[in-house]
Write a protein that binds this ligand. Structure first.
Ligand code: FAD
Length: 563
């Protein structure tokens, strides 16, 4: 039997988006840090973030106001101690990145410019035109290179390995060679981003398949609040590309087929700048009740902003509209409809990013630190990656010196198991098409586990996903090339997404209330008596244990949410 190549580092970070890189920067000076990523770091999905990053650096704003907006926006399901950290640490994170070189847009007197965003009491979203993620990721990557972080670019992590309740490493496929390697580490961080591609219509890149969440789930790390899936109100009709909330922040209107701005019916005070769950439902209702254009979409109208403002503040939005919808927003309104955008749920961690498995941490969109609760506010996710990237880095820095030596045999054994499994898939001569399974999964999630949900639909969705999981056992790859076999990668991603689709649907079924992004037509009221709780999902062999755990309250009274 061919040997398995082994690598050893103190810390293994899966993911080179903003969150993974920020952890790496924190620790690279004192420890041997490796970042493993399935795409080049600058292709991580953080690069696509458009609208901006929140921080209370404006005159008259405060961290308390930011924390309150976050908790209220979350429909009170955010852990308030974690929201406090996010808001308090925000100015430091933004200034740090500015000093590293991020080219934030400026006010006339040279300060970092800020725009209004949904659900915020203050214009606190700092931005770099409508390419904020692009700017932040390049700056952060430069810093990681400067610190000497070791990168494994275009390596696909295939499993996590634990021994006696403690993480000891992972296995990964080198995409270029097709070889499985083992990686030994005292600590592993899941920073693999969101899982939007579980849905058919998503603003997420095709790489956002939730691999890290599924791998952690498989070794017994619980997932949390998975039913809370954010649907962004404004995705381009036809392609689902994001039309940033910055467009409404700059003053864009939403208009139905009757030519009316309809948000006054749903959020009379905040109008287009209500939180995303409310605006997405409003658009879906307009379309469902026959006021959609061609029965399918509504308009995002920017024309009144004028050419100059659109060119200065929203150049990317204009380009995307022209290239992908044939519409120049200077002259015509943009056709939009809601689409999957963000995963509030993820790997269950405490506020330091620690999971119940010793040495296993998670951060960024892959994690559920409970800072976004039932609905994330725009601009808080980029912030989460940087604030908690640093904090989690600090905490791992305290853990590593006392962590025991990991068992390399366990990782090696698992690498042999993974290699055998992949060989079996590659040598199969017939079976199920992964593309068909993926298509059915996406349309099932779009149509039955979307903006509006009900028990009968969710039950159908769950049985369809279970059926797809059965079909997956007979998956057919079609060719056995080892080098750059992206068809194989797509199959491994599909396996991960099917697990997550099942848990999302289970969560949506068991939460018999409507809160934030989770709206049940059959239980249309928020039920604090029974459901002011986080949902938790733990895999035990072939069974998923479900339970509810408490939300950390304290700073703000739980109230009805009006905007
Ligand atoms: C279109 C769009 C616009 C957005 N705009 C904003 C905004 O303006 N403001 C805001 O606050 N938020 C925004 N968000 C959300 C925000 O961008 C993300 O939540 C955040 O960037 C996620 O960062 P991350 O580090 O957690 O993950 P990502 O940046 O997604 O990085 C994930 C990393 O994991 C790696 N990875 C995944 N699986 C594997 C595997 N199996 N093996 C190896 N590596 C793996 C990938 O290669 C990648 O490096 C936006 C999201 C989208 C989709």
């Amino acid at each position: 039997m061919l040997t398995i190549t082994q690598h050893k580092h103190d810390l293994l970070i899966i993911g080179a988006g903003l969150s993974g890189l920020r952890v790496a920067i924190q620790l690279a000076k004192d420890f041997d840090v490796a970042v493993i990523t399935k795409v080049h770091p600058l292709r991580s999905h953080s690069v696509a973030a458009q609208g901006g990053i929140n921080a209370s650096i404006g005159e008259g704003d405060s961290w308390e106001s930011h924390a309150f907006d976050t908790v209220k926006g979350a429909d009170y399901l955010a852990d308030q101690d974690v929201a406090e950290i996010l808001a308090k640490e925000a100015p430091r994170a933004v200034i740090e990145n500015e000093r590293w070189g991020t080219a934030f847009s400026r006010t006339e007197d040279g300060k970092i410019a800020q725009r209004p965003f949904g659900g915020a009491a203050f214009p606190r979203t700092c931005y770099a035109a409508d390419r904020t993620g692009h700017n932040l990721l390049h700056t952060t990557f430069e810093q990681a290179l400067r610190c000497g972080v070791k990168f494994y670019n275009e390596w696909f992590v295939t499993s996590l390995v634990k021994n006696e309740g403690r993480i000891c490493g992972l296995t990964a496929l080198e995409i270029a060679s097709g070889e499985i390697h083992s990686f030994i580490g005292k600590s592993v961080i899941v920073a693999t981003g969101g899982f939007g591609r579980v849905y058919g219509h998503s603003t997420n890149a095709v790489i956002n398949t939730g691999d890290g969440c599924a791998l952690a789930f498989r070794i017994g790390a619980p997932l949390k609040d998975m039913e809370f899936v954010q649907f962004h109100p404004t995705t381009l009709y036809g392609s689902s590309i994001l039309m940033s909330e910055g467009a409404r922040g700059e003053g864009g209107y939403l208009v139905n087929s009757e030519g009316l701005r309809f948000m006054d019916k749903y959020a009379p005070e905040k109008m287009e700048l209500a939180p995303r769950d409310i605006v997405a439902r409003a658009i879906r209702t307009e379309i469902n009740e026959g006021r959609g254009i061609e029965g399918e979409y509504v308009h995002l109208d920017l024309r009144h902003l004028g050419r100059e403002k659109i060119l200065e503040r929203l150049p990317g939005i204009r380009d995307i509209s022209i290239y992908f919808a044939g519409v120049d927003p200077i002259d015509e309104p943009i056709p939009i409809k809601p689409g999957q955008h963000y995963s509030m749920g993820g790997v269950h961690t405490n506020k330091n990013g620690a999971t119940p498995i010793a040495g296993l941490y998670s951060v960024g969109e892959a994690a559920c630190m409970s800072v976004h609760g039932a609905n994330r506010l725009g601009g808080n996710s980029l912030l989460e990656t940087l604030v908690f990237g640093r904090i989690v880095g600090e905490k791992i820095g305290e853990y590593l010196p006392t962590a025991p030596e990991p068992s390399s045999e366990c990782v090696e054994d698992d690498a042999f198991r993974v290699r055998e499994k992949l060989q079996e898939i590659m040598l199969k001569e017939s079976g199920e098409s992964p593309y068909e399974i993926r298509e059915v999964m996406g349309t099932t999630m779009d149509s039955l586990v979307g903006v509006y949900r009900r028990e009968a639909d969710l039950k159908v969705a769950l049985s369809m996903i279970k059926e797809l999981k059965e079909r997956f056992k007979n998956i057919f790859l079609g060719h056995s090339d080892k080098r750059y076999n992206y068809s194989l990668i797509r199959i491994l991603e599909l396996e991960n997404m099917l697990d997550l689709a099942e848990v999302i649907t289970m969560g949506a079924l068991m939460r018999r209330e409507s809160r934030g992004a989770h709206w049940r037509l059959d239980y249309p009221v928020r039920d604090d008596n029974n459901f002011l709780k986080h949902s938790l999902f733990t895999k035990i062999d072939d069974y998923v244990k479900t339970e509810f755990i408490d939300v950390n309250l304290g700073m703000f009274e739980v109230k009805e949410r009006t905007y």
